[in-house]
Design a protein around this ligand. Structure first.
Ligand code: XMP
Length: 509
């Protein structure tokens, strides 16, 4: 992997956003915790220091060792990063009575400053800080101000070291990307060579070397990550890639058959395994959401192990792990409590004794999609909404059985098909239906009914960490609700979930 840009993380909520902006410039970067510097630091071409929830004046604030970096590599401190350098190298940072959050405009930009090349005065920037840099180190020059913040940006004389108080990575900093480009391309002269096609070439070569003539097993889920991982491996090793696609009986309507067909059309060596019975018996009598996840996770491991052991001499297990799962995060508030035990179908037990290969482990989700497009994967497959590993089981509140799965599959299919038909599918990050454990009274024709209630959920999000409900048109909801009640036997009421995350979550269980 090209060692281009190192981002040192001090725990800011925006650190991953810095990395994504850098990658959008076709520049490869890696995030490392500030207190675990990589051994090969001199191989990097530039370093960015992130923001932090800490004040630099707090006794427990992060104190990075910059001795191998400052003055040796181009360095840009953002917010906390800028304040830390100002304070550490002879300036002064003080608290101010007014915290500054939100939009501000650059009222002064020093002439001929490469960092602000092509950025005009009055450019909008995003501030999020309570401390201010009151005085700069002796060898620093102020290069930008806002009305409220005199030292909004500075440069250290005689070396490519910069500090900026605002957040260039945030969308509201209108020239933020230009400023990052100025630093990385014009100042640090980092090559813009991180493109999907370069990634594909490099990864296919690497996979050929690591895997050689060995056999690799991969569990396909129908999702974007495992599909892209499989396609890359297929390019590298062809038929030595053995894919297993398990039907747990909890997928969307007709999904197993349709996706299996699609995989075969793509030339993948894939075996479809219908294990519905096994999952249904594992779920029998279970109502607790975490128990359901465990039962499904265990059943998956058993099925996968049975299938994998039929592939003779397999040495590798491939997984579609992506970068956000790999980044070591800085724990600011201590280890966070488990809210839901996600991704329980990802890990496999030690007894499988396979070496793990993860071709997407350095990619963000949007990059996985771009690599998928580069590999020629169907855009409909690439644009699919995320779908949880335990599938419809965590959308059926209470005990799961075949009849409930089948009702929910019908409801879900009507909703999802309508989203596509009304061209709303791509506006929504994730959508689905939930079967509630309550019966309600209704009337159909002259008959009183006492049947199930379903909830529809559609959210906007970028990463699933936070989400908001989508303001779908009333006419659309009306149409979908009518179709569901008319067509799906056993359902007489439809409601729409208008909760955001937090405090709710996307799934109901
Ligand atoms: P929540 O419900 O926590 O969901 O807001 C956030 C995202 O994670 C998905 N999700 C899961 N994915 N196994 C998975 O593979 C799980 O057990 C699981 N639970 C939730 C959810 O669909 C959403 O995209």
């Amino acid at each position: 992997m090209q060692k281009n840009v190192l981002i040192l993380d001090f725990g800011s909520q925006y650190t991953q956003l810095i990395a994504r902006r850098v990658r959008e410039l076709n520049i490869y970067c890696e995030i490392h915790p500030f207190n675990k510097l990589p051994d090969d630091i001199s191989l990097f071409k530039a370093v960015i220091l992130s923001g932090s929830p800490f004040s630099v004046r707090h006794p427990e604030a992060p104190k990075p060792d910059l001795s191998q970096i400052k003055g040796k590599l181009p360095l840009l401190g953002v917010c906390f990063g800028a304040q830390y350098m100002a304070q550490h190298f002879g300036g002064e940072v003080a608290g101010s009575n007014t915290r500054e959050f939100g939009r501000a405009n650059l009222s002064f930009i020093k002439d001929q400053e490469l960092l602000f090349d092509e950025v005009l005065e009055q450019s909008q920037v995003w501030m999020s800080h309570s401390d201010s840099i009151k005085s700069l180190p002796n060898n620093a020059v102020r290069i930008a101000s806002t009305n409220d913040v005199l030292n909004a940006a500075y440069r250290i004389e005689g070396e490519p070291t910069y500090g900026i108080q605002f957040h260039p990575e945030v969308y509201h900093s209108t020239d933020g990307k230009q400023i990052l480009e100025n630093f990385l391309v014009k100042i640090a002269e980092v090559p813009q060579s991180w493109t999907p096609s370069a990634f594909v070439d490099m990864t296919v070569d690497e996979l050929k070397t690591t895997v050689g003539n060995s056999k690799v097993i991969l569990g396909l889920s129908g999702g974007v990550d495992s599909t892209v991982a499989a396609t890359l491996l297929h390019q590298a090793i062809g038929k030595n890639l053995h894919c297993i696609f398990v039907n747990n009986g909890l997928l969307r309507k007709n999904e197993f058959e349709a996706v299996l067909h699609q995989y075969k059309d793509m030339g993948l060596n894939v075996k479809g395994v219908d294990a519905t019975d096994r999952f249904m018996s594992a779920l029998h009598g279970i109502t607790d959401p975490e128990q359901k996840r465990k039962a499904i996770g265990n059943a998956f491991i058993e099925v996968f192990d049975d299938e994998a052991s039929q592939v003779e001499d397999a040495t590798f297990l491939a997984q579609g792990t992506i970068y956000p799962d790999v980044i070591e995060s800085i724990s600011v508030n201590g280890p966070s409590a488990t809210i839901k035990s996600h991704h329980n179908v990802g890990g496999l037990p030690d007894f499988m004794k396979l070496k793990v290969v993860e071709p997407l482990r350095m990619l963000f989700k949007d990059e996985v999609r771009r690599v998928g497009a580069e590999l020629g994967i169907d855009s409909k497959l690439l644009g699919r909404h995320p779908f949880p590993g335990p599938g419809l089981a965590i959308r059926i509140l209470g005990e799961v059985n075949r009849e409930k799965v089948s009702i929910l599959q019908e409801v879900d299919a009507i909703f999802i098909d309508a989203l596509r038909e009304w061209e709303l599918y791509d506006r929504v990050w994730q959508a689905g239906a939930i079967l509630l454990p309550v019966d309600s009274v209704g009337v159909m024709g002259d008959e009183r009914t006492y049947e199930k209630v379903v909830a529809l959920r559609a959210v906007e999000s970028t990463d699933g960490m936070t989400a908001d409900w989508v303001d779908l048109p009333y006419k659309f909801l009306q149409k979908v609700s009518n179709t569901i009640i008319n067509r799906v036997k056993g359902v007489n009421r439809v409601v729409y979930d208008i909760s955001s995350k937090p405090p709710a979550t996307i799934e109901w269980e």
